[in-house]
Design a protein around this ligand. Structure first.
Ligand SMILES: Cc1cc2nc3c(=O)[nH]c(=O)nc-3n(C[C@H](O)[C@H](O)[C@H](O)COP(=O)(O)O)c2cc1C
Length: 196
């Protein structure tokens, strides 16, 4: 099983990245057959979505799309910006193919300054999973500034919730094996720029 984490922050030593790194490290220890990859959007120059066919993107944008398409399961992480997800993460959801998450299991992590916006996972990220016809595990992890010290996650409660999240993603992926009956891709025509 290939479990891909994607950190939607461009900040150096981002808390979102640190949290996802911890989750993926746990996944590798939990089951050594799991292949993990962590995409740090800070390391990529992703093009803005311009409506083209996703297959027409090149360079880093293509690399990230391919990593997502090749994943069996994903953990998406976002910093909370203005009560919502980051723009760079939203852009990734805009450039990936409509069917790239279909039938896959996804889990969500977010980090904020305070607890004020913990529901952003419910009303910003989970609807995207619905759009993409992905299976979302019931839990999620929201960590804020007080859960970190010296750029490290120090809260045992958050660590334990992360482990639960990973176990849910791994177990649900094993039991669904990428099959989601009736989960058709959304019917949204995407005209390539070349045709317009
Ligand atoms: C532009 C901007 C907007 C932010 N808006 C919010 C917000 O609405 N709610 C919140 O709890 N934290 C907000 N924060 C704080 C970040 O969500 C928090 O520091 C987060 O952990 C950053 O994640 P990162 O270290 O992975 O980049 C904001 C930070 C920035 C830079």
């Amino acid at each position: 099983m290939k479990l891909v984490g994607l950190s939607g922050s461009l900040t150096p030593l981002s808390k979102t990245y640190i949290t996802l790194a911890e989750a993926l490290k746990f996944a590798g220890n939990y089951d050594e057959t799991i292949q993990t990859e962590l995409i740090n959007l800070r390391d990529y120059e992703i093009q803005f979505c311009d409506g083209r066919d996703p297959a027409a993107y090149e360079g880093d944008t293509k690399k990230v799309i391919d990593q997502i398409v090749d994943a069996d399961a994903l953990l998406f992480g976002s910093p909370i910006y203005r009560g919502s997800i980051s723009g760079v993460l939203k852009n990734v959801f805009d450039v990936i193919p409509n069917d790239s998450l279909r039938g896959k299991v996804v889990g969500f992590v977010a980090t904020g300054g305070t607890y004020h916006h913990y529901l952003a996972i419910e009303h910003q990220l989970k609807p995207l999973a619905g759009y993409f016809k992905a299976h979302v595990v019931p839990g999620n992890v929201y960590a804020h500034n007080e859960h970190f010290e010296n750029k490290q996650l120090v809260d045992e409660g958050i660590r334990s919730r992360l482990q639960e999240l990973v176990i849910s993603v791994v177990q649900l992926t094993a039991s669904t094996q990428g099959i989601a009956t009736g989960a058709r891709e959304p019917i949204i025509p995407r005209q390539s720029l070349a045709q317009s």
